[in-house]
Design a protein around this ligand. Structure first.
Ligand code: CNA
Length: 292
């Protein structure tokens, strides 16, 4: 008898426990098929491509002090990543189907591309742990800066992808104090939104109060290297089953694997198709992907 594939195991769990819901914890790997590079994939990752921006170190693009001195690399990157340029992946639509079928508890995302929103997942389910482009503030006095005005500074309509690192920008500056303005994306050294911590606390209690329902945590498309997000999987109570869908083995799945962990080594969209098929949602998945 052949062993069931990892995705079949996830499907079996969800079929065996019809009241079980899923908490997703996701990262840049669920958006690479949309054309948005992740950070760390060799050759194609953003950090590889940032070399052309002459940064002193790759992470400087998300460093407030560096941004204050030279906002050009962040503007270049923000213009490429800005919401509206990309469509959700099959994996985003799979998460939408978990919502539609009343099997979704939460999505913790490290992504700043707002593709969960574009896949029409209700905002109450989505925790944008690293912020988003939906608001902008002065880095000196915190005064809010109008969204459309900031977008116009990025010159999104004038993208010349051939020469995207050469554009001179007219940087957005605060009307009150003249400080530089940046989107509400969490830079290195900045705190995560309080909603991230508050909701995770609630969800941990929810797990414990409803243990017998056998809820599931599904972690996908992340290298689990950016903290505190990367510690979420190890904080999942030991009674709750975890599954990893990723091209490589990462984080707590590597260092402290649990006996019941389910590991799918591969592409998130392939996993999405297989899981949708197992759960009888494939036609819905194809329809959602075709709509956009
Ligand atoms: P990362 O460190 O780049 O890791 C991505 C992980 O996903 C790696 O383990 C890859 O092997 C894996 N992966 C990539 N593509 C696929 C695929 N198609 N199928 C399966 N696995 C895949 O990214 P993390 O999200 O872990 O790092 C956190 C950073 C990345 C956050 O601060 C984000 O803001 C930041 N980021 C976000 C975006 C976005 O919003 N789309 C893009 C790039 C970086």
């Amino acid at each position: 008898m052949t062993k069931p594939s990892a995705i079949k195991k996830v499907a079996e769990h969800l079929k065996n426990y019809p009241e079980a819901k899923v908490i997703f914890m996701v990262g840049a790997g669920i958006s690479t098929s949309c054309g948005i590079p992740d950070f760390r994939s060799p050759e194609t990752g953003l950090y590889h491509n940032l070399a052309k921006l002459n940064l002193p170190f790759a992470e400087a693009v998300f460093d407030v002090d560096y941004f204050d001195k030279n906002p050009q690399p962040f503007y270049t990157l923000a213009r490429e990543l800005y919401p509206g340029n990309f469509k959700p992946s099959k994996f985003h639509y799979l998460m939408k189907l978990f919502e539609k079928n009343n099997r979704l508890q939460r999505i913790y995302t490290q992504n700043i591309d707002t593709l969960e929103h574009q896949a029409l997942i209700h905002e109450s389910y989505v925790i944008e742990a690293h912020g988003s482009f939906s608001r902008n503030h002065c880095i000196k006095c915190s005064k809010e800066y109008p969204l459309e005005k900031f977008k116009s500074k990025l010159k999104i309509d004038e993208i010349d992808f051939e020469d995207s690192d050469r554009t001179e920008f007219d940087y957005a500056k605060c009307d009150d104090c003249g400080g530089l303005v940046k989107p509400a994306i969490v830079f290195f050294g900045e705190g995560l939104p309080s909603r991230f911590f508050d909701t995770w606390e609630e969800d941990q209690e929810w797990f414990l109060n409803e243990k017998e329902k056998n809820h599931l945590v599904l972690i996908a498309g992340t290298s689990l290297t950016v903290y505190p997000f990367a510690s979420l999987p190890e904080e999942v109570p030991s009674e709750i089953r975890r599954a990893l869908i990723n091209k490589e083995l990462v984080g707590d799945f590597k260092t402290f694997p649990r006996k019941e962990d389910i590991i799918f080594h591969g592409n998130v969209d392939d996993a999405a198709r297989e899981l949708a098929a197992e759960l009888g949602w494939l036609a819905d998945l194809e329809a959602l992907a075709a709509e956009q």
